[in-house]
Design a protein around this ligand. Sequence first.
Ligand code: PLP
Length: 365
Amino acid sequence: MTATRPQPRPGVLDIAPYVPGKSTAPGVKKVHKLSSNETPLGPSARAMAAYRAAGDYLHDYPDGSAHALRDAIGEAFGLDPARIVCGAGSDDLLNLLARAYLKDGDEAIHTTHGFLVYPIATMGTGAKPVAAPETNFTADVDAILKCVTPRTKMVFLANPNNPTGTYVPFDEVKRLHSGLPPHVLLILDAAYAEYVQRNDYEAGIELVATSENVVMTRTFSKIHGLAALRLGWMYGPANVVDAVNRVRGPFNVNGPAIAAGIAAIRDAAHVESAREYNSHWLGWITDELGKLGLKVTPSVANFVLIHFPDEKTAHDVNAFLMKRGIIVRQVGAYKLPSALRMSVGTEDANRLTIKSLAEFLGTSA
Ligand SMILES: Cc1ncc(COP(=O)(O)O)c(C=O)c1O
């Protein structure tokens, strides 16, 4: 039968739309937003100055290949700029990779509590997302490899993962890669890489440099504090870079974002102080939550996953915090209905959250 109105491709209307972290708390004046893993330190002063200066050129199209930004990233990481593609956030790149490599009937693997953009990007192409079980809220290489079928075309691995904050050591990532057929694209999403302080972690650069089927994605939204500008980048083999460049919008990254990104990537001191700040407060928050008797998944990123006995308690805690202006993230959509995710915030926000949780536990005891 002929449809009476345009029909999206099969699968599109099955996508559960991504719900971003909340940013308002009704009836509360002072809000502490700890729901989107943003940095409490903001961007580098140099990045802000570059952004403002770019405001004089809003009538000009940006450089569609973001050449100067790719050069700056290449210089910062010792990479060939020709193997870098920039995007409007790493979301853009994850979607472009899916669009370039997936079609109806294909399968793309992600992990049970993996970042939600993976199934969304997959279903947008008509392909099927396949969730590999995790062990202790951590991606499990053997479980991922068990999900591989002749239809598998892509594996998404957030390392570290959001919302769990856990990571997969480099040896395990290499074992995952060597267990995959060469036509399967392994995407290492390293949005939180800068925060990780572990000797056995590697964001993916080495593996990309030596393979034809591995891509690493990175973002300026987290440690660089440029989430509003929407800026990310990927480093990939020449064959993948070529495919992504064919499907991306010709001006997918805007001029002010390019200018701010160049300044941000060159401001190593700002990144270092953000890393130190995070490391201190991540440790403090984790310890304080432990003292309150709460179960926390050990995190290497800029947020923690806090577990409550059941879904109702998580819901009540969320409402209790919200009344005090503290907005954390409910993670039911990540199959974690009895947990809440809290970003590392300002000192005030961190202390107030711990104090409020203590109050909640005191009143509910
Ligand atoms: C694991 C992970 N990957 C990618 C992103 C997307 O970041 P953006 O599109 O802002 O670069 C996020 C954002 O929360 C994330 O948590």
